[in-house]
Design a binder for this molecule. Structure first.
Ligand SMILES: [Ca+2]
Length: 281
């Protein structure tokens, strides 16, 4: 039951600032001396998870014409740059850290799925204890919901990171209109302006927070409510209608849910990320 979208319904920098400017989209205000030097190389860790540095900044979270859960639209400040996975965590990466693959579709380069919130947190924890990661002090975690939407928007204020026109989703993500009923290898569609792939669609992605209603004001670097009864996943999936893949769309879900359309993307606080082990393309 929990393995399908309908089942889930029941519960119902270093970024390329130049590229952002080139698309005519507003860039967030970077932390002085951090992102101002333009694009820096992505970070790639010891199991091949690649990260891009997301600059600090401010954005409008939520959507005035979306679901009630997305309102009120409110300003959120992200005060520190952080690293976010360029791709969803793949089966190969999950296996390298956890030893086996739980997914319905097990190809190395497809996103891992059928992992619940505790599994996702355990992955981050175990990844952080690998000797190569520990040696450089990297502590991995799930992104907060605010970080996730901020990174998905990549400076945009539109329904999707690429604009308001839903027809663009075909080029940017796997959803129920183009997926043929399955996950797809990560990174095959176009990235957003900050170089992140599959933020719209393919698999939903666990966030760190408890689910809670929005308020008109949010504390900087909000981590959501202190307690709750459900977690959050974001971004829609291969099994979701286009509207569920919007940047602001929230999905409230039990922490114990394992679903073949739900995976994760990993975050890393920037101070622990130095020095990079390897330089990406
Ligand atoms: Ca996704």
């Amino acid at each position: 039951m929990s393995s399908g979208f309908l089942g889930r319904m029941v519960f119902g920098l270093a970024v390329a600032l130049a590229a952002v400017a080139g698309r005519g989209e507003p860039a967030p205000s970077p932390v002085a001396g951090d992102a101002s030097a333009g694009r820096t190389a992505n970070l790639r860790n010891s199991v091949g998870v690649e990260f891009v540095l997301i600059p600090a900044g401010t954005f409008r979270m939520g959507s005035a014409d979306g679901h009630d859960q997305e309102q009120p639209v409110h300003e959120v400040r992200i005060t520190k740059p952080f690293y976010l996975g360029v791709y969803e965590v793949t089966n190969a990466q999950w296996k390298a850290v956890m030893g086996s693959v739980p997914s319905q579709w097990q190809d190395d380069d497809r996103p891992v799925e059928r992992v619940n919130w505790d599994d996702a947190v355990a992955f981050c924890g175990r990844l952080s204890t690998l000797s190569e990661e520990k040696a450089v002090g990297r502590v991995y975690r799930l992104p907060t919901e605010a970080e996730w939407e901020y990174a998905c928007r990549a400076g945009s204020a539109t329904r999707y990171s690429f604009g308001d026109d839903v027809t663009g989703l075909e080029r940017h993500g796997w959803f129920d209109g183009n997926s043929d009923g399955a996950t797809h290898p990560v990174g095959r569609k176009q990235p957003n302006a900050w170089g992140l792939y599959d933020m719209h669609g393919n698999v939903w992605e666990w966030c760190a927070d408890w689910y809670g209603a929005y308020s008109a004001e949010a504390a900087p670097d909000s981590e959501g409510p202190a307690a709750g009864s459900a977690r959050i996943d974001r971004g829609g999936s291969w099994n979701a209608p286009a509207g569920y893949c919007r940047s602001a769309r929230r999905y409230r879900i039990a922490a114990g849910s394992r679903s073949r359309d739900l995976g994760l993307r990993v975050a890393l606080s920037a101070p622990g990320a130095q020095p990079p082990l390897a330089v990406g393309p």
